[in-house]
Design a protein around this ligand. Structure first.
Ligand code: KIV
Length: 262
């Protein structure tokens, strides 16, 4: 799997299945089940480290888990989150830290934010580092948002989100994650830009879907967000649950309206 193949999937209308992954065993299992993109998400701060946000995760943590995932994956495209504080200062800081994640085996890095990130996205892409954007509910800004809330609900916020998505794509971002935004807005964004848009709590019309692995297996100890479906409930094994997730993303059976926002 590579970025070009993912962009061709979007062009063909074939949905892209993405899951988070933090270790070699689950990376191998998800890869075999047909997950096309493994996201080494900074959600590991919550699922692996037990924090109540992604904010305490370090660059060293992300390098370590990227190396683990790379060992397990054979086919899947590997995207690693840049953790809080590792890229917001300036493009040079972002490049130095992104280069460490690429050296650890990531094929793309993900940064959160819109207009403020454009120079950084251009700087990284011009120097050979593929970048995935992340808009909507950006968990590293949880304190700014005052909690994990749906974003882009009023007209001004929706217009801004669409403009940010277009600007990120023009700056060279190769993929975009949209988190917790109304389905109609996510559909509009997905149609407006040529790069794959991967939704989480963003409705079925995105080009692909991502969930946190522990959420979709029903093993996260904290509260599961409304957009999560527990695929273990009807499965006889973890392999089966992940394969069911891939099939449900492809057929658009997931996400259903109850996993989406208006
Ligand atoms: O860190 C993560 O797992 C993520 C997903 C929620 C998209 O960014």
């Amino acid at each position: 799997m590579n970025l070009l193949a993912l962009q061709q999937m979007k062009a063909r209308g074939e949905k892209i299945a993405v899951l988070t992954s933090y270790d070699a065993s689950f990376a191998a299992l998800c890869d075999k089940a047909g997950v096309e993109v493994l996201l080494v998400g900074d959600s590991l701060g919550m699922t692996i480290q037990g924090h109540n946000s992604t904010l305490p995760v370090s660059l060293r943590d992300m390098e370590y888990h990227t190396r683990c995932v790379v060992k397990g994956a054979q086919q899947a495209f590997i995207v690693t989150d840049m953790p809080f504080g590792s890229y917001q200062k300036n493009p040079e800081q972002a490049f130095e830290n992104a280069a460490l994640l690429i050296a650890a085996g990531a094929q793309m890095v993900k940064v959160e934010g819109g207009a403020i990130m454009l120079d950084t996205v251009r700087f990284l892409v011009d120097r050979g580092i593929p970048v995935c954007g992340h808009l909507g509910l950006t968990p590293q800004s949880v304190h700014q948002f005052g909690g994990y809330r749906v974003q882009g609900r009023d007209d001004a916020a929706a217009r801004q989100l669409l403009a940010d998505a277009q600007a990120l794509a023009e700056a060279g971002a190769g993929m975009l994650v949209l988190e917790m935004v109304p389905s109609a807005l996510a559909a509009k964004v997905s149609q407006a830009i040529a790069i794959p848009v991967i939704g989480i709590g963003a409705g079925k019309d995105c080009d692909g879907q991502v969930l946190v692995l522990q959420d979709m297996l029903g093993i996260y100890a904290g509260k599961s967000p409304r957009f999560v479906r527990n695929f273990m409930q009807n499965a006889s094994s973890i392999e089966q649950a992940v394969a069911d997730y891939v099939a449900a993303v492809k057929s658009q059976a997931f996400p259903a309206p109850e996993h989406s926002f208006e």
